[in-house]
Design a protein around this ligand. Structure first.
Ligand code: SME
Length: 166
């Protein structure tokens, strides 16, 4: 477990760091059926490894009672808003389209929801279950403009792809 809590290692490329964190998450959640436990593990290890660049890291879950609404799930960071309708803000856009949203400047994104005024850029990745149904989105915010590049997108998408299916 001590190894799983390690933070980004010196000399590691970003792609290597994502690959290592993906392996750590997979090893910890193997055999664990609870989606909440899986989301919490990923939120913790991503924040531990990539903070403080990631100042808010967590999941918004599709509410089973309101399937067109997201409700906040496990996260690390400052207080997040509780509910986001599909189609609103960056998370709602990812939920409505089923596609990753990479936003270099949140102030230029129509309808962005400012949970924390320090947020400057954001990436939101959809999470699907083994049946291909959208179950959540992973939201990562940064206090820096344009903090997420194609490598971040690939690394986070790989982790989300394996999260409920691996
Ligand atoms: N900014 C997000 C809302 C969630 S918080 O940043 C934690 C959005 O526009 O979807």
């Amino acid at each position: 477990m001590a190894e799983a809590m390690s933070t980004a290692e010196p000399g590691e490329t970003k792609a290597e760091a994502y690959a290592r964190v993906a392996k750590e998450i997979a090893a910890i959640v193997a055999g664990e059926p609870s989606a909440t436990a899986r989301y919490a593990t990923a939120a913790c290890l991503l924040a531990q490894n990539f903070g403080p660049r990631f100042f808010w890291t967590g999941f918004y879950i599709v509410d089973p009672d309101k399937p067109d609404e997201l409700v906040v799930g496990p996260y690390q960071g400052t207080l997040g808003c509780l509910r986001i309708p599909f189609g609103r803000g960056v998370c709602g856009a990812a939920a409505a389209t089923g596609e990753t949203q990479r936003v270099p400047d949140v102030h230029a994104f129509e309808g962005h929801i400012a949970c924390d005024s320090r947020s400057q850029s954001e990436i939101v990745v959809p999470v699907f279950n083994a049946d291909g149904q959208l179950t959540a989105v992973l939201d990562v915010d940064s206090a820096e403009l344009d903090a997420f590049d194609a490598e971040d997108q690939a690394g986070l998408e790989a982790i989300c792809e394996a999260l409920l299916t691996g």
